[in-house]
Structures are given as C-alpha cells and as structure tokens.
Design a protein. Structure first.
Length: 455
C-alpha cells in the first residue's frame, strides 16, 4: 500500500520543496505551451491542488493530455510556491499515473453548476461536487462534535434498538417489519407481535437514564411520513439525550448549550466549507450563526406564542386559537419575523402532546419544549417526562394505550422514580441549519422520501 498526503494537510502545512504523493479526481485540465495545469481534488477539503505537468513527462501525450473531469490520478511531485492567485502552493509533477478514466461524453458532472434536483438523481456522483462534498465534511464534523459535547460532560452513549415494539405514540408513523400474523409471509411473525423500525429511542433511553444518570443516543430513526416537505425524511438521524434528576429548565439549558457548542465548533473547524455555503447557498450565513452562538435563545410559553400570533395582524392559512398545534407558518412567523433567533417554546397543551410528557400544575399543559430556528422551524422537540406512577398510568389509559405493552415503562416509576427529561435533535435539521441548505435531501448522503430510494 502506498501512502498519500491529504490535500487538506498539504494546503495547511505548505511543505515547500518536499516531495509528496497525492491521489484524487481531476476537476479540470488546462494546457499552455509546454505545460498542463490539472486541478485535483481528493475530497479532504474544498480546495483543489494545482498540479503542473511538463510535456516532457513520459505519458504526457498518451495519458496526461487526455485527462478530463472525473478521471482519477496518483501524482508524485514537489511542492512549490504558487505564482497564481488564490492558492499558496502547487505541485510540480514528477509522475502522474492515470488510475481510472472517465468518459467525457457521458460523465454527468460538467464544469457548470448543476441543480440540486439533478444531483439527487446521480446520488453516486454528487459527493464529487463542491457543495455536496462540503456538506459531507460538515456533517461528519458535526457528528464528531455531538459526541465530544456529551462525552466531555460525562454522558454515556446508549445504542437504543432499531427494531422496536413500542411506537413512542405520536412521534410518527412506524414502518412495520413484523405484523405478528403467522400467515403474513416471510418475517411477518418473526417476533410473534407487531414490530417496526424505531421512530425515537427515547423510551429506551429513559431506561438507561434511570440507571446511569445522563445518557444519549445518536442513531437512525424512521418515520413513514407521507409528507413531501423540505424538512422531512423517511430515514434520518436523531440525537436524544436523556437526563435523570433533571427538569425542563435543565433540559432547555443543555439543548441551548449543545447547539451553541456545535455552531462554535463547526465555524472554527470547517471554516472553508462554511465560507462556501455563505457565498453560494445562504448569504450572511456565517454571521448569522455567529450571532446565534453568541446570544441567549428567546423563550416564550405556548400560551404566549398563541397570544403573539393572534395579535400579529396576520392572517394565517391555519387560524390560531389556544389548543392548536403550531403549524410551520406560525413557527416561521415567530422565528423569522419576530424573534430572528432561536426560540424555545414551552408548556404546550397536554391534549396535543404524547402521554409521557409531565403534566404541569395547571392540569392542562405539559412540560414540553420545542426549539424553533429561523428558516427551518422545529429543530428540537423535548420534555420533562412524567415520573409519577399514578399520573402516568391515568394519562396512558386516557390515550387508549394497552398498559400491558408498557409495563416496563411504568415499572421505571414504581422502582426509584426520579424527575427526568430529554429531547430529540434532528441531525439533518441541524446540518440544514448549519449549511443553509434549503432542502433536507441535500444534507444526508442517500435521502429516503416517499417514492424515492434509488440506491
Ligand atoms: P415535525 O413537527 O417537524 O414533523 P415532530 O414534532 O414530529 O417534527 P419530534 O417527534 O419532536 O418531531 O422529533 C424530534 C426531532 O426530530 C424534531 O424536532 C426534528 O428535528 C427531527 N425530525 C422529526 N421528524 C423528522 C423527519 N421526518 N425528518 C427529519 N427530521 C425529523
Ligand atoms: Mn416535535
């Protein structure tokens, strides 16, 4: 195996005079009198490395002069200062080996900018574009920072199950994988009961929080939502911390700290990619995220939100009265026009929230919180959980839930119950917020939406 220098490291270190080897894909080739200039990208960073090929190289006519976008190459050469604008160093090639050709007649990625819709149809090639490559790097770094945040604070990561028999009522439609019917065909009776793909790891995370204190899960989540929106996927990733001995205020604080930590980290660690988003995807993004990281989130109760909306002088498609679930148009009005920063809305009506959220003393609201951000709407949904056995049991009965299915969940309130709270942060909504991408399909490598799962 040969070892290569990543272009990211090379551009950062600028080892003038050193001989290095890089490997990547050709973006462009330009010929002058006795030379060719080849832009090579290896995916380690946004920037390309300019490679200079002298016509005296052995394979110049047969190989190098036939290089086009998409070809893969290995280059060995000497790093030198670049006279060209916009790059500090370039590589003077001693050898360029063509590893794989790419037929220019059919290679779909041309130099012009392609629409994101078009790129979705070539999911196998789209990470080779500047924008989608940047998303992949930012996504990776954010995942790393999520773990860093929790691990630094002593949270234990728990791998909650993907196959589950509890549907976290109200979270979303579950993809069914086993019906419990013996005659339904292969796998339908595998578990002897109805089972599906998890819509949330929360209930199982609660089990571990009530043993280990502070825990989090970060894993794939599935919802058979038949909604073709710019912020819903059928398969997405969710970050779900769950904290014992914690109330709603503590929950809110951790969520706000987490989001700010992630913004600070990504602005520092992925500055070049963030700059690209700022220039081509969402003007002013970097400044906006900096300001979000630097100030307190706004906070209002649901009841205050309703009053604010009713006194807005706006006519909404969906009229506002106390008791409705806030619609996207309402959330967007509050975040994009009134507060212009993240907004935490707490204490929603019990009737529109799931059974496990803790009933407030007023008897009609629950200790729920949503965090709404400009441009997207809901990014976090969470609550303090109902820790009182009798109250929880009554809520479950009212919701028509079969208590036998949830004995284990009720048991947590029978043996050493404690106040506890947690939330779910949609990882793709986070990447959307950070990158400024208008559509959530651009921030996951292989989006799955109704009628769409090509590879
Ligand atoms: P929404 O109202 O936006 O559909 P929700 O209230 O159903 O979301 P929760 O059950 O609160 O979502 O899930 C927690 C978080 O998971 C949400 O705040 C969001 O960030 C993310 N999320 C939920 N559904 C999806 C989805 N279909 N695709 C991507 N992310 C999602
Ligand atoms: Mn929610």
């Amino acid at each position: 195996m040969r070892t290569y220098t990543k272009i990211r490291q090379l551009l950062a270190r600028q080892p003038l005079g050193e001989t290095v080897r890089v490997a990547g894909w050709v973006r462009t080739r330009r010929d002058t009198g006795g030379f060719s200039f080849i832009e090579v990208n290896d995916g380690s960073c946004l920037g390309n490395l300019q490679v200079i090929a002298d016509k005296r190289l052995g394979n110049y006519e047969a190989g190098i002069k036939r290089l086009t976008a998409g070809c893969s190459v290995e280059v060995e050469g000497t790093v030198q200062e670049s006279p060209a604008r916009g790059q500090a160093v370039e590589l003077v090639a001693a050898e360029i080996k063509v590893v794989g050709w790419a037929d220019p007649e059919t290679y779909p990625l041309q130099k012009k900018r392609h629409s994101f819709e078009f790129l979705r149809e070539i999911a196998h090639l789209r990470p080779r574009t500047n924008a989608l490559g940047a998303v992949a790097r930012v996504r990776s770094r954010l995942a790393y920072a999520v773990h860093a945040f929790f691990q630094e604070r002593g949270f234990i990561q728990v791998h909650t199950p993907i196959i589950t028999t509890s549907d976290c009522e109200g979270a979303g439609e579950m993809f069914q994988i086993s019906t419990g019917q013996p005659s339904g065909g292969p796998g339908t009776d595998f578990f002897g009961r109805r089972a599906g793909l998890t819509v949330s790891g929360q209930l199982q995370a609660e089990v571990y929080a009530l043993a280990l204190g502070d825990v989090y899960t970060f894993g794939p989540t599935f919802r058979a939502e038949n909604s073709n929106t710019s912020r819903h996927l059928a398969e997405f990733w969710m970050i779900e911390p769950e904290m014992a001995f914690c109330d709603l205020a503590g929950n809110r604080r951790i969520a706000e700290e987490l989001l700010k930590y992630l913004l600070d980290d990504i602005l520092a660690a992925c500055a070049e990619d963030m700059e690209l988003f700022d220039r081509f995807i969402a003007k002013g993004l970097v400044e906006r995220l900096r300001s979000v990281a630097g100030q307190d989130f706004a906070h209002i109760t649901y009841t205050e939100a309703v009053e604010e909306l009713q006194h807005s002088g706006r006519t909404f498609d969906f009229p506002v009265r106390w008791g409705i679930d806030l619609q996207s148009e309402h959330e967007r009005y509050l975040t994009d026009e009134v507060y212009r920063r993240p907004l935490v809305v707490t204490d929603y009506p019990a009737a529109i929230k799931p059974f496990y959220m803790r009933i407030n003393d007023d008897g009609r609201t629950v200790a729920a919180m949503d965090i709404l951000v400009p441009g997207i709407g809901e990014i976090v949904g969470g609550s303090q959980r109902e820790e009182r056995y009798e109250v929880l049991e009554r809520r479950m009965q009212e919701a028509g839930i079969d208590l036998d299915d949830y004995r284990w969940y009720l048991d947590l309130r029978r043996y050493g119950t404690v106040p506890h709270a947690g939330f779910g942060l949609g990882f793709e909504r986070l990447v959307q917020f950070v990158s400024g991408m208008a559509n959530i399909r651009e921030v996951i490598p292989f989006p799955r939406t109704p009628g769409f799962a090509p590879c």
